[in-house]
Write a protein that binds this ligand. Structure first.
Ligand code: BGC
Length: 747
């Protein structure tokens, strides 16, 4: 008998109740494998890969019974539920399972969390590489890096028997204390959309059905299933939704996951405006919408609004859906549309033509990619007196300080958590913060073989200060742990770590701080230290990557994907959101028909740097900021509008020179100031380009800016439009360092 390798033999033969779904599915697993393994000519007309995904889906649809259609549109329970569904033994061990239809060769969807690497590799007994966080990836500003990121995750998912990934988070970092900012791609919709788009595009190129999430405005964790985000349509389209729009355009994802919260009154997973009017109709999204886990609230309402699949169970899209169809409450055509979208996405992403087979992961290739990506994402924030890069031949002694800096680096928690491989440290004091076994101490010692490199955890402040005092250089590793399900109370590092930095810096003027954070942090000690390096959650090879940056094997080139404010009092909401206790106590939001509590998004266009610019507030480090070990000079900005006058593409040309003594890569950032009548924040990112230059080299950079990047969303006409008037385009190395500007009038 043939069976899919993604199901272990033990699971396959285990005795379970033989529900309709189960019988349908067991064969689905077999059928998928059959076609691929035999390489035979297609046994069903829809197996003809020369047909379009739409044609193929339309051929399957009339073959399906009502029961089979229902099976396709819901999950089989979560492995974490107290009472998991009867078919969870068919699961590959991931976050979700949606059964296929055996007799027609439609495979089951084996879904797994894969934000920065494949989750649950441990359960499968397989290896998975932990990459730097998604926020770290965004700091590279590099579409090719995003592609390498997605491709690696896609390969490792398949090797572990998964064909669908739950990742692609692109909510904007509107609230810096959001516990999931590390899973997202920063505060700017263009940067975030481009980075997530290329990540998902390349993940799908591995024949993985991938998604964008959490659609939309799930910008904080506090009360995520209870809150309604009240936000004006124009702001919605120009901020949070724009990131999804761009991501969708680049990746053409198989799926979009709707979020837990409500938007303008309706829960996101039953929000017709979001799901049907915008996503499907305006943007032409041809995949399916699945709910976040437990984010479905109804049957008929959700179905007509455009929710195609309930996850992880069948509270609303199982028996209730079948009954609604049978009594005619929901038209069959509506159900067919859900099914068609699911099938279409399966054909389009190639998971039917290329069934998964478990295989051995290429560990070394994975680690090499992880290291390169970490090196591309580490941001050099401060380098006073050029303390960095360190010269191993000139340093006699180095103190390495900070909890676990001898053994590992911290990672982001929740459903994104990648299981650590090999030895690891779980810090139970912090509940379950997971540290990957990548030792900064060992990596630094290897870079400086002649130096005396010593470690102190900092738990004993006096001992740490003493070691720092006896050393030529002190490097302090500090961390901020973020996870799904909770927001940070503030942007402060845990207090003991601020004290450690202050004490070490008082003992040794040559102090360098390495930050391992999931979002921005406050830095009360900023003027006491000479070097600051933002390593984010750096993944499986973080230790080596940091060491290579510190010693100049790598010239840092990353730039901040979010602003670092001076303190929370400068943020749009100085205090974290506090829900009334009666609302916070609500246990089962999925039973609610309306969100309970409305948060009004004022000045909603002003996300991140747009807020600090509009309010004229100083920041600690601006969006787009990052130092290099070399320096760059910008000159000769020219603008050339081309194409139709009402929608021109503006080509920005400038020259950039490497004026330092090392090869380096600069991200040239272009911002636009729209005419005053547009009523926009002062500056918006409209494009960028990464250029590598040798010392003394000058090159011309050409960056095309499409009209939409300069447009505003007009609520009256429901379209993007260019406002007539004077546009100023600025170029430089961060949102607050724009030495070049040029004006242009558009009719
Ligand atoms: C998260 C999703 C995730 C799902 C499955 C939910 O709690 O919000 O991002 O994909 O769990 O793990």
């Amino acid at each position: 008998m043939t069976y899919d390798a993604s199901i272990t033999k033990k699971q396959f033969v285990s005795k379970r109740s033989w529900s309709v779904a189960r019988i349908l599915a067991l064969g689905a697993i077999a059928a998928g494998a059959l076609c691929a393994q035999t390489g035979q000519s297609p046994i069903f007309p829809w197996m003809n890969a020369n047909l379009t995904p739409d044609q193929r889906a339309n051929l399957v649809l009339p073959e399906l019974t009502l029961d089979e259609k229902i099976v396709l549109i819901h999950g089989q329970g979560s492995p974490f539920d107290d009472n998991p569904g009867p078919n969870t033994d068919l699961s590959n061990g991931g976050d979700g399972l949606s059964l296929g239809i055996a007799r027609l060769g439609i495979p089951s969807l084996q879904m797994d969390g894969a934000a920065y690497g494949v989750r649950f590799s441990g359960i499968n007994g397989r290896y998975s590489t932990a990459l730097p966080s998604n926020l770290a990836l965004a700091a590279s500003w590099d579409a090719e890096a995003a592609c390498a990121y997605g491709a690696l995750i896609g390969k490792e998912l398949r090797a572990q028997g998964y064909n669908m990934s739950l990742a692609g988070g692109v909510n904007l970092a509107r609230e810096l204390r959001n516990g999931r900012n590390f899973e997202y791609h920063g505060e700017d919709p263009l940067l975030a959309g481009v980075m997530v788009g290329h990540r998902v595009r390349c993940e799908q190129a591995q024949h993985i059905l991938a998604e964008l999430k959490h659609y939309a405005v799930n910008d904080q964790e506090t009360g995520r299933g209870l809150l309604n985000a009240a936000i004006g349509r124009r702001a919605l389209r120009e901020t949070d939704l724009l990131a999804f729009e761009i991501g969708n355009q680049i990746a053409r994802p198989g799926a979009v996951m709707c979020s837990y919260n409500g938007v303008n009154g309706d829960y996101a997973c039953e929000n017709k405006y979001l799901l049907t009017d915008v996503l499907k109709n305006e943007w032409g999204f041809s995949g399916f919408v699945l709910s976040d886990w437990g984010g479905t609230h109804s049957t008929a309402r959700s179905s007509s609004a455009g929710l195609d699949m309930e996850q992880p169970g069948e509270d609303y899209y199982g028996a209730a859906m079948k009954a609604a169809i049978q009594i005619g409450r929901i038209p069959t055509a509506e159900l067919d549309e859900h099914v068609r979208r699911i099938l279409r996405a399966e054909f389009a992403t190639g998971i039917i033509d290329h069934p998964v087979h478990k295989s051995v992961v290429d560990v070394e290739a994975g680690l090499e990619t992880a290291r390169q990506l970490a090196e591309q994402s580490i941001v050099l924030l401060k380098n006073e007196g050029r303390i960095l890069p360190l010269d191993p031949n000139r340093i006699g002694s180095i103190a390495i300080l900070g909890e676990h800096a001898d053994s590992g680096m911290i990672s982001g928690g929740g459903s994104a958590q990648v299981d650590p491989q090999g030895s690891f440290t779980v810090d139970w004091k912090l509940h379950q913060a997971v540290w990957f076994p990548t030792s900064p101490l060992k990596s630094i010692a290897a870079m400086a073989p002649r130096a005396n490199v010593q470690f102190a955890s900092g738990n004993d402040l006096a001992a740490a200060a003493d070691l720092a005092k006896r050393s030529d250089v002190a490097i302090v590793f500090v961390h901020q742990w973020c996870r799904e399900g909770a927001d940070l109370p503030s942007l402060a590092l845990p207090a003991s770590q601020d004290r450690l930095i202050a004490q070490v810096a008082a003992a040794n003027p040559n102090t360098i701080v390495v930050l391992e954070t999931g979002t921005a942090v406050r830095m009360p000690w900023i003027n006491q230290v000479r070097g600051i390096v933002e390593a984010w959650y750096a993944g499986s090879k973080g230790g080596e990557a940091v060491a290579r940056v510190l010693f100049g094997e790598v010239n840092p080139s990353a730039k901040l994907p979010l602003s670092f404010p001076v303190s929370e009092s400068d943020m749009p909401h100085p205090e974290p959101l506090a829900l009334p206790p009666a609302i916070a106590a609500q246990k089962r939001p999925k039973n609610l028909s309306q969100p309970l509590y409305t948060v009004t998004y004022d000045k909603a266009l002003e996300v991140g740097y747009k807020w600090y610019d509009a309010e004229n507030k100083p920041v600690l480090f601006p969006f787009g900021f990052g130092l290099s070990y070399t320096s760059f000079r910008y000159a000769n900005l020219e603008l050339t509008p081309e194409g139709p006058p009402d929608a021109p593409t503006v080509t920005v040309r400038l020259t950039i020179s490497n004026t330092g003594s090392r090869r380096g890569t600069e991200t040239v950032e272009i911002y636009a100031t729209l005419p005053a009548s547009a009523d926009e924040p002062p500056n918006r990112l409209v494009g960028w380009s990464r250029v590598q230059l040798d010392p003394g080299q000058t090159t011309t950079v050409r960056i095309p800016i499409e009209a939409k990047r300069l447009s505003i969303f007009d609520e009256q006409t429901n379209r993007w439009k260019l406002v007539p008037g004077r546009y100023i385009l600025r170029a430089g190395g961060s949102s607050r360092d724009l030495p070049l500007s040029a004006a242009m009038d558009l009719p």
